[in-house]
Write a protein of this length. Structure first.
Length: 216
């Protein structure tokens, strides 16, 4: 079947999700860094692997997979231990809804290419871009807090990690990098703290990955 290879960038929150998921599933993988600051994601070589020019891209079981949510569904279907999406249809829909609120409604508005477009093509000042970022993150996190709170445990749903936590931790890492206060979101903070303490999450943290890259 060949080796599992993750085309990755240490600070990419989407790639961070897949690092966490692979760690939770105990899948050994090799990282191939794709430098987003150097624009390597737009190279012909990388676009031949992922025509969207986005990281991550995962080679696993002889397949080339893109889109983090699709990758996590595949991992759950092929490696069900531990399950990251509850089998119960209602619980599963709730968990996927939270993951999608992050992956489809918060993250894309604040992606590198969007911020660069605001600055370059639309000529916006950094202050306006920072306001854009803060606005969409805060609106999204406030809604997620309200959705999660009634059914949360130590994690966003119950007491084991799900794809909702796998999406949350990188999104909050990103929010902190942009100096967004996360104090108004106690349920999200609790889940973030619980999940971040797990070795699978800790090993996927951008600082750890950067350290490992530096010693290679
Ligand atoms: N929906 C995609 C999002 C992937 C994505 O947006 N990746 C970002 C990094 S977090 C990227 O490659 N950005 C490059 C760019 O904006 O040029 C997924 O879940 O895989």
């Amino acid at each position: 079947m060949g080796q599992t290879v993750l085309y990755d960038y240490f600070r990419s929150s989407a790639a961070y999700r897949v690092r966490i998921a692979l760690n939770l599933k105990g899948v050994d993988y090799e990282r191939r860094p794709v430098s987003l600051v150097d624009g390597a994601q737009k190279s012909d070589e990388y676009r031949a692997l992922n025509p969207q020019g986005l990281v991550p891209m995962l080679e696993i079981d002889g397949l080339k997979l893109t889109q983090t949510l699709s990758i996590m569904v595949y991992l759950d279907q092929t490696r069900p231990e531990p399950l990251l999406m509850p089998r119960d249809p209602a619980d599963g829909a709730h968990v996927r809804g939270m993951a999608l609120a992050i992956a489809c409604d918060i993250h894309p508005l604040n992606n590198l290419r969007v911020l660069k477009y605001l600055k370059g093509e639309l000529g916006q000042e950094q202050e306006a871009i920072d306001r854009w970022y803060a606005h969409w993150v805060n609106e999204g996190l406030a809604a997620l807090e309200a959705i999660a709170a009634p059914r949360a445990g130590a994690f966003l749903f119950g007491d084991t990690p799900t794809i909702a936590d796998v999406c949350l931790v990188p999104q909050l890492y990103n929010a902190r990098r942009f100096n967004i206060p996360i104090t108004p979101y106690p349920t999200l903070r609790r889940a973030d703290e619980t999940a971040s303490a797990l070795p699978a999450f800790a090993a996927a943290h951008p600082d750890r990955v950067a350290q490992e890259e530096a010693v290679q």
